[in-house]
Design a protein. Structure first.
Ligand SMILES: [Zn+2]
Length: 565
């Protein structure tokens, strides 16, 4: 099936995954390993052999996993042998939901997430304005007004005095609201007379004037006038993101709704051998015909860059009160949330998803509120009826608040819950006041999903949450909210084990991109993507998992971060 040319070697993987050697055969009748890692505590995520001590790599693939003696039979004169000194070795992490270029950009943007008051928020933006060249925008930020008391949304009046000529466009950490200053509103021509677009809202003061906050689809009023990234800038921020990912042990990432220029940049980097995270891209479903017309189907591409998926949005987010629910918000009885622009009307969304599915594309749909999720499951059922049964691996991205009746439907349709555990310990600080004591029981319901036979894929939604897999595992295992108020777990019956969390972050995410035979576990024949950690997350107290560091990250058998002696 896959063939792989390396200097001095030619290895061919047959359909069963067994490795056949063609040249450079040792006395035992097999090639010598390029790399052996020994004295490791390997948690393989492979149920046929859950634990091992050593592994051997030829080219970019693992060829043996087992005891030190078993693996030593691959030892040849040129083999590099590394001692892991008893450290824990896991498959590389696969983040099933990122916005990679936004994440990379954010590493250099103004940081507002931990600005604990409106004054601090304004101070940081003012500082940044002084250092911003004329004509450039201040963007990013990831602010969180829930950290302020009272938790009121910011307004342009807060920052206008410190940004008289610099356009400011800073987003809330969930991406569903952004604040523009007066300069930006002027550029976008947003005034008291501008109507709310479908699926969006211009937040207004009692006199009807825009406060600067634009919600969901209203954000496109500014996005339309925002200058695009230059090619050089895009390449720069992707490199920053790749370095950051490698330092955290992320070897694969699934990029949701990237613009085509991002995909083009990944393709160039892959060609140059500089793409050190394996990417699976899912552009917007509204453009599904672009992929369909050239015959691209799910997971089409190389081990470094695949496409063939589309991403859509059913609704907004809980934080900005735009997740779409059957029952109204507990703290705002007039509101059920908002359907996205793409769902106006739902029949148009269904027609596009049905077309994309018939073309063989994988469907990944953002749905957060119980009614938003239910409507997408309804559509999946109709699509199955129209297009017939097959292995599709539909995904609901976030899948945050489930109606009790929908867990079974999720399982029956084989829908993957692509979830971000960090959001649970973040939103858990205030979610109950927004949706009440009953709905929170089915919120970030990872335990119920697993018990009901639903597959989980873990990710972060970076830059909405930090890219660190250690924080994700910590969140899923402890459910200890960020404010320290739930040390024994928020809705603790939804906790899962460390082993389950690691599986969701590796094999689960690989399954969600049709790559479970290629990666996601330490198994002979698979890509040699793995990480060595500073501590054993199976042994240390769960609350310490968030502080664990990655000591080394290997991608295709080559070190991309840190290393072993
Ligand atoms: Zn996202």
């Amino acid at each position: 099936m896959a063939s792989d040319k390396k200097t001095g070697w030619r290895t061919v993987l047959c359909a069963s995954g067994a490795l056949l050697s063609v040249s450079s055969v040792l006395a035992q009748g097999k090639p010598a390993a390029d790399l052996i890692i020994t004295n490791a505590k390997i948690w393989t995520v492979d149920k046929t052999r859950p634990q091992a001590e050593a592994l051997a790599v030829v080219g970019e693939r693992i060829v043996a996993v087992g005891s030190a003696t078993e693996v030593d039979t691959w030892h040849g004169p040129q083999t590099k042998i590394l001692d892991a000194k008893g450290k824990l070795l896991l498959p590389g992490f696969n983040d099933a939901h990122v916005h990679f270029v936004d994440g990379g950009s954010g590493l250099e943007e103004v940081q507002l997430k931990d600005a604990g008051s409106p004054e601090e928020f304004a101070r940081r933006i003012g500082e940044r304005a002084k250092a911003t060249p004329k004509g450039e925008w201040i963007t990013g930020g990831n602010w969180d007004e829930q950290k302020w008391s009272p938790p009121n949304l910011p307004t342009k009046e807060l920052i206008d005095p410190v940004t008289p000529d610099t356009p400011v466009w800073v987003n809330r950490h969930d991406g569903h609201e952004s604040l523009a200053n007066a300069v930006t509103l002027r550029l976008a021509n947003v005034t008291a007379k501008t109507p709310d677009p479908p699926g969006g809202q211009i937040v207004r003061d009692p006199q009807g004037n825009p406060t600067g906050v634009l919600r969901d689809a209203a954000q496109s009023l500014v996005e339309k006038v925002r200058p695009p990234l230059t090619r050089a800038r895009r390449m720069h921020v992707i490199h920053l993101g790749l370095e950051h990912a490698a330092s955290l042990g992320v070897t694969s990432a699934q990029d949701k709704n990237p613009p085509y220029d991002d995909v083009k940049a990944y393709a160039e980097l892959a060609e140059r051998g500089e793409l050190t995270v394996r990417m699976y891209v899912a552009p917007m479903e509204t453009d599904w015909k672009d992929q369909a017309k050239i015959g691209v189907r799910h997971a089409f591409g190389t081990s470094f860059l695949r496409m063939g998926a589309v991403k859509g949005y059913a609704d907004g987010s809980l934080g900005s009160e735009t997740a779409y629910f059957f029952d109204p918000y507990t703290d705002d009885p007039k509101s059920h949330g908002l359907l996205s622009e793409e769902m106006h009307p739902p029949s148009a969304m269904l027609a596009r998803l049905k077309g994309a599915d018939a073309a063989g594309l994988q469907l990944c749909v953002h749905a957060i509120g119980d009614r938003g999720i239910s409507m997408i499951l309804d559509m999946f059922e109709q699509i199955e009826k129209a297009n017939g049964k097959r292995d599709r691996r539909w995904r609901i991205e976030h899948a945050q608040h489930l109606a009790a009746k929908d867990f079974a439907r999720f399982a029956r349709l084989g829908v993957i819950a692509s979830v971000q555990p960090y959001h649970a310990i973040d939103d858990g600080r205030w979610a109950e006041k927004r949706i009440g004591p009953d709905r929170i029981k089915r919120t970030y319901a990872f335990r119920t999903f697993l018990d009901d036979g639903v597959r989980l894929a873990f990710g972060t939604d970076w830059p909405v949450a930090p890219l660190s897999p250690m924080w994700g595992i910590y969140a899923a295992v402890t459910r200890a909210t960020l404010d320290g108020k739930n040390p024994d777990g928020w809705v603790p019956e939804q906790k899962i084990s460390v082993a389950e969390a690691v599986e969701a972050y590796t094999l689960g995410s690989a399954y969600a991109e049709f790559q479970e035979k290629e990666k996601g576990s330490i198994t002979a024949g698979k890509l040699a993507d793995f990480v060595v950690l500073s501590d054993d997350i199976f042994k240390i107290p769960p609350e310490a998992i968030k502080n664990v560091k990655v000591q080394a990250t290997y991608l295709g058998g080559k070190v991309v971060y840190g290393g072993l002696e």
